[in-house]
Design a protein around this ligand. Structure first.
Ligand code: C2E
Ligand code: MG
Ligand code: MG
Length: 436
């Protein structure tokens, strides 16, 4: 076999051991000339011999292939190197990524690999020991890989399931690590949820003064390996990691699909979907919105987007432009959590919104808090004058409902009227209300 041929491992599709060293030498030369950092991670599965012995080699190969898939899944984009070095050992060389990114990637790898793996009827709990080394001035590729391998050995020695850094490259203090680790664990869970139907939507009715269901709001739920995550925890992580684009497209599509179901079952109702800032600044957003409408085969009047107040007020041109196009397409626009941002009246008047949702914090203190009531009344009057439908969020008591009716809000949403419900439960709830 000629020495220059690149050989891939058949099970993982990664480079094989020999091609790895050659490719790493090439990356090192390029990194030196462009003065870019280079980081090597040596990954070794814990107790792999035991897996092979207990479940057989076919299962062992399957574990290797699936772990390789997980490594690929969390790899940052860029020209990085992936290799399989031996039976259960992998190498990743990250080019152009500095230490925080390399380290975060190492931790993400740990938690990603640790997710249980179902093979046939068996649930395997893999874990890995990972060594991380950063290229030093004047070092060659072989030495970089050796240092990563060596420090991986230390991780294994300390019981496995951990990341160690080569000498002189100390990990930061415990608090920072545990916080980052928690976020990375949530991120890994989200990846897993996206790949395993772990995401779902619940729908909460918004009820008009006349008792009509004005819309239903889609609220995301995430459940992985039996654990539930609340949107307050996973949405911020999704936003930080960029995953929100995929997650957001998923909820757009599912929400639109449900709007089609409501229509097809003779109960046409608008579905409101929450949208994050990163989605609105992305060039993919409008195509995704039109895609969702087309895919579900619904008209734009059956969809509404909810954007938090601080988001719609940002004077970002891309956002403003996207908002205008959303309205031109005929899709509704609601300002969510109104009262928590810092709207100026002048920007409010220019906003193409069709709905104003008064934040729960104003409603919670009603009816006792006269000042909150004054704000609710004024905001309602203003919203209606601007042609918007005004909704009160988080209505929990009849006393609140009474003062909100007096304040002239158009519709209410809250546990008093209905909790968020899975699709089928909501269908039943709708049927019961008008006794078909
Ligand atoms: P939100 O858009 O303001 O949604 C209303 C939240 O208030 C929901 O919380 C809902 O369950 C809760 N709620 C409704 N009525 C009551 C009530 O009477 N009392 C109380 N205490 N709470 C009530 P949830 O489902 O935990 O969602 C939290 C937030 O997560 C949402 O706030 C929204 O900002 C975000 N979110 C949810 N789903 C998505 C999504 O698909 N995409 C994005 N970007 N964000 C989402
Ligand atoms: Mg909302
Ligand atoms: Mg809200």
């Amino acid at each position: 076999m000629p020495d220059t041929l690149t050989v891939f491992d058949p099970i993982t599709g990664f480079l094989d051991r020999r091609s790895c060293l050659r490719a790493a030498q090439g990356m090192l030369a390029a990194a030196e000339s462009s003065r870019q950092p280079l980081a090597a991670l040596w990954i070794d599965l814990d107790r792999f011999r035991q897996i092979n012995a207990s479940f057989g080699h076919a299962a062992g190969d399957e574990v290797i292939a699936r772990v390789a898939g997980r490594i690929r899944m969390v790899l940052p984009s860029g020209g990085h190197l992936l290799a399989r070095m031996g039976s259960d050992e992998f190498v990743v060389v990250l080019s152009g990524e500095d230490r925080p990114v390399a380290e975060a990637f190492g931790r993400l790898l740990l938690v990603t690999i640790e997710q249980p793996l179902g093979i046939d009827e068996i649930l395997i709990h893999p874990s890995a020991s990972i060594g991380l080394a950063l290229l030093r001035a004047g070092e060659d590729a072989l030495s970089l890989l050796e240092r990563a391998d060596q420090v991986m050995g230390e991780a294994k020695h300390q019981g496995g399931g951990r990341l160690e850094m080569a000498a002189g490259e100390v990990l930061p203090g415990y608090r920072g690590v545990s916080l980052a680790r928690e976020e990375l664990a949530i991120e890994a869970d989200l990846h897993a949820a996206l790949d395993s139907a772990g995401l779902s939507l619940e729908f909460q009715p918004i009820v008009s003064r006349d008792g009509r269901v004005e819309a239903v709001e889609a609220l995301m739920r995430c459940k992985v390996f039996g654990r539930k995550l609340t949107p307050d925890r996973f949405i911020p992580v999704a936003e930080k990691s960029g995953l929100i684009i995929r997650v957001g497209e998923w909820s757009l599509l599912q929400g639109a699909r449900f709007a089609a179901r409501l229509r097809d079952e003779g109960r046409p109702t608008k579905v409101a979907i929450n949208v994050s800032r990163a989605q609105l600044t992305s060039p993919e957003f409008l195509p995704a919105l039109h895609g969702a409408l087309a895919c579900a085969n619904i008209g734009p009047e059956l969809l509404e987007l909810e954007l938090t107040e601080s988001l719609v007020m940002a004077l970002d041109e891309v956002v403003q432009d996207n908002l205008r196009r959303v309205r031109e397409a005929g899709v509704g626009l609601a300002i969510d959590d109104f009262g928590t941002g810092f709207s100026s009246l002048s920007s409010l008047k220019d906003l193409p919104a069709t709905k104003l949702k008064l934040d729960r914090s104003f409603i919670r203190v009603l009816p006792e808090d006269r000042r909150a009531l004054a704000v609710v009344k004024a905001a309602t009057r203003m919203g209606r004058e601007l042609g918007m439908v005004v909704v009160a969020e988080g209505v929990e008591t009849e006393a609140q409902q009474r003062v909100l009716n007096d304040a002239n809000v158009d519709a209410m949403q809250g546990f008093l009227l209905a909790r968020p419900m899975p699709e089928d439960v909501l269908m039943d709830w709708l049927k019961l209300r008008n006794n078909p």
